[in-house]
Design a protein around this ligand. Sequence first.
Ligand code: OAD
Length: 223
Amino acid sequence: MKITILTGAGVSAESGLGTFRDAGGLWTQYDLNDVATPEGFARNPALVHDFYNARRANCAEASPNAAHEALAALAAGAHDVTLITQNIDDLHHRAGSPDVIHMHGELMRALCAQCDARWDAPLVMSPQDPCPACSAKATRPDVVWFGEIPYHMDAIAQAVATADLFVAIGTSAEVYPAAGLVELAQGQTLEINLEPSARANAFDAHRFGPATQVVPAWVAELR
Ligand code: OAD
């Protein structure tokens, strides 16, 4: 069976990484216009780097949880699995999932806004860091901000449209285009989340509960 999976912050919540929109979430503590837009970065790059430096430090201390591990085990089995994530953490990769599609970029990668060079991000980035390729002091985290186009959209649309089963895990479905992917699915659709998402009605089936419990149970049934 061809299974295409989209994950969001809920899959990493039990690893200690904050979600965005839950009570106490990142967007209740920070204004996303300041730290997650190109305009915010142009106004105050040091603030934006501080925000992502803190995220990078949290991520480096965190470990993959049972949900990440179950998804890696699923990919190692007989099914043809494509894993798309909105998360910028590297926990799917560290759990052993191959070829994770990071539609919102990666915290552990850096990007030169001048020449588009990419490289492994140091733990702490600053506006003074020169690009290793062109030396411009225009380095930024290689993450997709509001107002920018998510990465790999053609491959993602294809993977969702051709799947026998599309599963969204741990996402509030508040951010497009990720939230609209379910509309492209031609096979069965399943939502796994703590609670019904904003697009819950678009899914054929639902399993509600903590990802570390629900995802391993679902994977065990499939394998
Ligand atoms: P959100 O914070 O919007 O939603 C997280 C979802 O996970 C919510 O629906 C929660 O109910 C659910 N959740 C929380 N804990 C959970 C758990 N232990 N098990 C299962 N589900 C749980 O995060 P995303 O939907 O990923 O983009 O946010 C989408 C995008 O908005 C992010 O990629 C980021 C953000 O702004 C950018 O910064 C561009």
